[in-house]
Ligand binder design. Structure first.
Ligand SMILES: [Zn+2]
Length: 253
């Protein structure tokens, strides 16, 4: 059990339902390369079927084999390392379906960074911030604003904006905050209501793209008709207007 705990701590596995047995580390090959495997098992008792929500009565939900997953984990030592996780399978008698034990273990957030090695993104950010106090001040301030806006939290935004700007804050951030302060009442409205102009902006963008992929239209009426077709509207009735021809070039945007 203690070895299991040690390995679990080493791999940053928080899930107590993952068990690592003795002699769990083996060497083998994967995709023609030497590598290291760590064997583990994920199992726990279930009280409720996730499919039909029926409670377990007696042996109404029973263990039914395992499913093997190979999870790439940060390389420790020389060889690429994989966690061979046997996930418990369950069968529910109520609804006659089977399901697999769930865990939130994921190492996909570990990426390889040329300068920093195999790390979590947040740890790379923290290291960069450690190099410069000025950067940290700006980063924290920016994150406060971002979080407030993401969560539509008006009071948090108001707080972040009303605080005295740190002397290290960059001029760009100061300008942005000034603008945000100016538009604060409208921002508040946007937090409260679902109205926005995204649909109209989408239409504008479609028209601009249409114009660009055609490298502009010589005849503005054709351009208008093309837009109407694109939005599944009936084209305007063709009006022979020779004077307009070649006059209205649409190369704007
Ligand atoms: Zn069920």
């Amino acid at each position: 059990m203690s070895i299991s705990n040690d390995i679990r701590n080493m791999l940053d596995i928080q899930d107590k339902n993952i068990y690592i047995s003795e002699n769990a580390v083996t060497y083998g090959q994967h995709k023609g390369k030497d590598c290291k495997f760590i064997k583990a098992k994920l199992t726990y008792e279930v009280n409720e079927c996730p499919n039909c929500q029926a409670e377990k009565v007696g042996a109404s939900i029973y263990k039914n084999g395992t499913q093997l997953s190979r999870i790439t984990i940060p390389t420790m030592g020389v060889y690429p390392t994989y966690l061979l996780l046997k996930k418990q399978r369950f069968m529910c008698k109520h609804c006659d379906t089977s399901f697999t034990a769930q865990t939130n273990i994921s190492y996909t957030e570990y990426k390889y960074y040329g300068l920093f090695g195999q790390r979590l993104e947040s740890s790379v950010v923290q290291e960069i911030l450690d190099y410069s106090g000025e950067l940290r001040v700006n980063y924290d301030l920016y994150q406060d604003l971002l979080e407030a806006i993401d969560e539509k939290d008006y009071h948090a935004l108001e707080n972040a904006l009303s605080k005295q700007c740190p002397t290290d804050a960059s001029t760009y951030l100061r300008t942005s905050m000034k603008t945000l302060r100016k538009h604060l009442p409208y921002t508040k409205n946007s937090f409260q209501y679902t109205y926005n102009n995204s649909r109209i902006e989408g239409i504008n963008n479609k028209i601009k793209v249409l114009n660009r992929v055609a490298y502009g239209y010589r005849n503005f009426n054709h351009y208008k008709n093309r837009i109407r077709i694109h939005f599944k509207l009936k084209p305007l009735v063709k009006t022979p207007n020779t004077s307009d021809k070649n006059k209205s070039h649409s190369r704007a945007a």
